[in-house]
Structures are given as structure tokens and as C-alpha cells.
Design a protein around this ligand. Structure first.
Ligand code: HEM
Length: 454
């Protein structure tokens, strides 16, 4: 048997460290990294005794290790999203589901969803006030919710309206329950868990209606939404996804994809307003029909403001050699996305917002990790990138975003994701047709001069 070797860590009681991690999580992480280096132990509620890592080689090893050695941590998410959710399954069951559900989120399919995202962005932005400050988080949440309802659930009309009413409340309650212990006894239907079960019954009834309509209606074979693809898909041995699997996975995709994308977009607004030179270049680029700087800016927003600050694995084999450490079975390992993204050795001057660091350069998949990594890397990463790109393109094309000299907004935890504390406040002015046209002409002139010079 291998001797267990774990990193050092503070000997504070669980509730003290837990309190610090709750009140000032990022500050606590930074202090611990400064004191103990790139790996340390913490003892906090929910995770218990966990090893926190941020050394790129150790992170890469953990992400690429076989799921039989280290895999999903069994947290409450499975209880909330259902037993068939990605977050509740591991091993073969997880591999089977990934095989079926990765294709809908790539390539040709994504292009089909672009038009939906743009329509939803235009519709929401038509309601934006001009010249008056407002928080963009709520609008971004509506755009990403509606985009997922149409692209993923294939929902329109009455079912979309019912889901639009139900899901935000359900997801909000779910985000809070993730961090609470699961009660051993039934606390009644007015308790938080009781309310969650009530929401779930309503949700299941809507999904049943959506599935029945999809099966009975014409054109299931031509539909591009993820629900239709789920209904048509087959496992290797020929069987289809069960009703429970479809319901749990749709809810998982929505929960994982809606708030994360919206909070990142709110951070994009917050960061860009404080970097007028970048904002100006982005506006020029959009008029010229380009996207390189915008795509780099999205990568940089996700580096400097990762809305999920860490991801977890648990050792499933009798022991695991992880870099310098020998971990026992059951050991929880937390990858600190926040710490690795702020590592000076990997990202020089890490606290400065600098999209140019990603212009013409793809980030390293084990150092730039807002979507996690390995067999559990976010299944919706390409979808989220496309969505953020289309929403920002629409914003920059149709509006002038006013810069500000105010201090940056603080990080605020919404339970699962971090958002700007004031909701990513913006002041916008709608661009007239003439301004857009002048932008195109200016951009074309700049392009021509460039061509002559080269
Ligand atoms: C900016 C937006 C997003 C961020 C920052 C984000 C982040 C993450 C992270 C950190 C993980 C955990 C990965 C790991 O443990 O290695 C994850 C998993 C996941 N995400 Fe996302 N996500 C985003 C958008 C989306 C979207 C749009 C969808 C789907 C529509 C989605 C669906 C999922 C699913 C299903 C998983 C679980 C994958 C598995 O366990 O196999 N996410 N995401």
C-alpha cells in the first residue's frame, strides 16, 4: 500500500475556514496560495478535506487521468438535476451519454443555432433604455434562457412560456440547495427540498408534452434542436434515450449553460467599458466584418473573470499518484480555475485585461480552463463561445457602449456562478443607420490602405 502524501494547509477549524471561503473565497484562495504554494489542503463544508491544486502539470494530469482513477464528485447536483444528469453519472454511463450528446453541440449544428441567438439578442436589446445606466445581467439571462429554450428544448409557444416562468425560479433554488446538506427526513412540501420536488413535477409534465408533440408532429427528422436530436439518437446497441434521461439532461444543459453564459456576458460589458481603447477597436472591427479581436476578448474575459472558480474530482481507485502527492481513495481534489488563470508565470501581468494576449494564439487547454478539462470538459463550450460572440457582435453593431472611469465591479457569488456585483452596468446609445454605414465605409477605407501598404 502506498503511503499517503498530502500538501500542507491551515489548521483552522472547518467552520472558520468555511466562513472565510464563503465571505471572501477568492481572497482566501490567494492568501493560501501565497502561504503554501500551488497545492494546499482545505477543510470546508460540502467538500470536506480537499486538496486544492493550480500547478499546470498537476492540473493536466488530473484532467487526463482515466475516470476509473479520478472522476466526478458526487455532490447535490445529482439530487437536484436527477439521477441521469451528467453531474450524477460516471464511468460507462457517462461515456455513453457524452457520445450521444457531444455531436449536437458542434460544427454544422452550431451554425443553425446562430440565427436563434441573434434573433433573441435583437429582440431583448430593442427594450434597452438609451443614455441611462442599467444592469445587463437580467437582459443577458433572458437572452441565454430563450436561446436555450429554442435551440436545446425546441420549445415555442405555450410550452416555452411555461418553461420561461418555471425555470429561473427552479434554477435559483437549485443553486442555493447545492451548498446545503441533503435532509434525511422529509421536511414537507414548503421546505426548500419540498418546493424543489414541486417544481420538478411541473417541469416533468412540460417535458412530457414537448416530447409527445415532437413525436406526433411532422418534421421531427428535419428539426435541429437538441431535444429532437435526443429523440432520434441511438446508443451503440440500438436503444434510444429514456424519458428520464432526456428530462434530466435537458435540465442539466439549461442549468449548466444559461447562467454561466449570461454572467460571462455581463462581465464582458463590465470589462470593456473600463478599457475604451479595446472597445473602440472592437467597434471598428465589427464594422469591418471581422471577429478576431472579439473572439480574443471573450477568451480574456473568461480568463480574468472565470464565472466558475473551480472544478472538483474524487479519487476512485485505491490510491492516486498526482504529481508530488499520493492521494488516498475518496480524496477530493479541487482545481482552482481562478488561481491558474492568475498565475504570473502562465499569464504575464495576470490582473490586467489584455485581449491581445489571445489574438492569433489559441490558449493552452490545460492552462486556460474556464470550461474545466478532460473527459468532463464542458459539453457546451463551443455553444457558449458562439453565443457570446453573436451577442457581443449584435451589441457592438447596433449600439455605442459608453466607457466609464468607475472602479471595476466586485465579484459576487450567485451560488454556482460569479457575476459582477452590480450586474454589469451599461449605458448605451443606439447607432443610426448612417453611423453604421459610415463605420462600414471607414472600415473599408482602412482595409484598402492596409492592402496598399502590404
Ligand atoms: C460561459 C459559459 C460556460 C461556462 C463558464 C461553463 C463552465 C463549465 C465547467 C467549469 C464545467 C465543469 C467541467 C469539469 O469539471 O472539468 C462544465 C460542465 C458542463 N457544462 Fe458548461 N459552462 C458554460 C456553458 C455551458 C453551456 C452553454 C452548456 C450547454 C448548453 C453547458 C453544459 C455543461 C454540461 C452538460 C457539463 C457537464 C459535462 C460532464 O460532466 O460531462 N455549459 N461547464
Amino acid at each position: 500500500m502506498n503511503t499517503v502524501t498530502l500538501p500542507d494547509g491551515p489548521s483552522l477549524p472547518r467552520f472558520v475556514l468555511g466562513g472565510m471561503a464563503l465571505v471572501a473565497p477568492l481572497w482566501t484562495m490567494r492568501r493560501l496560495r501565497d502561504r503554501y504554494g500551488s497545492a494546499f489542503m482545505i477543510n470546508v463544508p460540502v467538500f470536506g478535506e480537499a486538496v486544492v491544486i493550480s500547478d499546470p502539470a498537476e492540473v493536466k494530469q488530473l484532467f487526463t487521468t482515466s475516470p476509473e482513477v479520478a472522476d466526478n464528485l458526487d455532490v447535490n447536483l445529482g439530487m437536484i438535476l436527477g439521477p441521469n444528469s451528467f453531474f450524477a453519472i460516471s464511468g460507462d454511463a457517462h461515456r455513453r451519454q457524452r457520445k450521444l450528446l457531444v455531436p449536437p453541440f458542434h460544427g454544422r449544428r452550431l451554425r443553425a443555432y446562430e440565427a436563434i441567438v441573434e434573433e433573441e439578442a435583437v429582440r431583448e436589446m430593442a427594450t434597452w433604455p438609451q443614455g441611462r445606466e442599467f444592469a445587463t445581467l437580467g437582459p443577458m439571462m433572458r437572452i441565454t434562457l430563450n436561446a436555450i429554450l429554442r435551440a436545446v428544448f425546441g420549445a415555442d409557444g405555450a410550452e416555452a412560456a411555461a418553461l420561461r416562468d418555471l425555470l429561473p425560479a427552479m434554477v435559483k433554488l437549485g443553486s442555493r440547495l447545492v451548498a446545503l446538506p441533503i435532509p434525511r427526513t422529509d421536511l414537507g412540501r414548503w421546505s426548500p427540498w419540498g418546493r424543489m420536488h414541486g417544481y420538478r413535477r411541473e417541469y416533468d409534465a412540460i417535458i412530457d408534452r414537448l416530447m409527445a408533440a415532437a413525436r406526433q408532429g411532422p418534421g421531427l427528422d428535419e428539426r435541429d434542436d437538441v431535444l429532437a436530436l435526443m429523440l432520434r439518437s441511438r446508443y451503440d446497441e440500438g436503444s434510444g434515450m429514456s424519458r428520464g434521461e432526456i428530462g434530466d439532461q435537458l435540465l442539466t444543459l439549461l442549468t449548466a449553460g444559461h447562467e454561466t453564459t449570461a454572467t460571462t456576458l455581463a462581465w464582458a460589458v463590465e470589462r470593456l467599458r473600463r478599457h475604451p481603447a479595446v472597445l473602440r477597436r472592437l467597434a471598428d472591427e465589427v464594422d469591418a466584418g471581422g471577429s478576431q479581436l472579439r473572439e480574443a476578448a471573450i477568451l480574456e474575459v473568461q480568463r480574468i473573470r472565470p464565472v466558475i472558480d473551480g472544478t472538483a474530482r474524487q479519487v476512485h481507485s485505491p490510491s492516486m499518484q498526482l504529481g508530488r502527492w499520493t492521494l488516498p481513495e475518496g480524496q477530493v481534489v479541487l482545481v482552482s480555475i481562478y488561481l491558474i488563470h492568475h498565475d504570473e508565470a502562465l499569464f504575464p501581468n495576470p490582473r490586467s485585461f489584455d485581449p491581445d494576449r489571445f489574438v492569433g494564439r489559441r490558449p493552452d487547454t490545460h492552462q486556460w480552463i474556464p470550461f474545466g478539462g478532460g473527459a468532463r470538459r464542458c459539453i457546451g463550450a463551443a455553444f457558449a463561445h458562439m453565443e457570446m460572440n453573436v451577442v457581443l457582435r449584435t451589441l457592438l453593431r447596433d449600439f455605442t457602449l459608453e466607457p466609464t472611469s468607475e472602479h471595476g465591479e466586485r465579484w459576487h457569488s450567485r451560488g454556482v456562478a460569479y457575476c459582477p456585483a452590480k450586474g454589469g452596468r451599461a449605458v448605451v446609445h443606439r447607432r443610426t443607420r448612417e453611423q453604421q454605414l459610415a463605420g462600414h465605409i471607414h472600415a473599408a477605407a482602412v482595409r484598402n490602405t492596409d492592402d496598399q501598404e502590404s
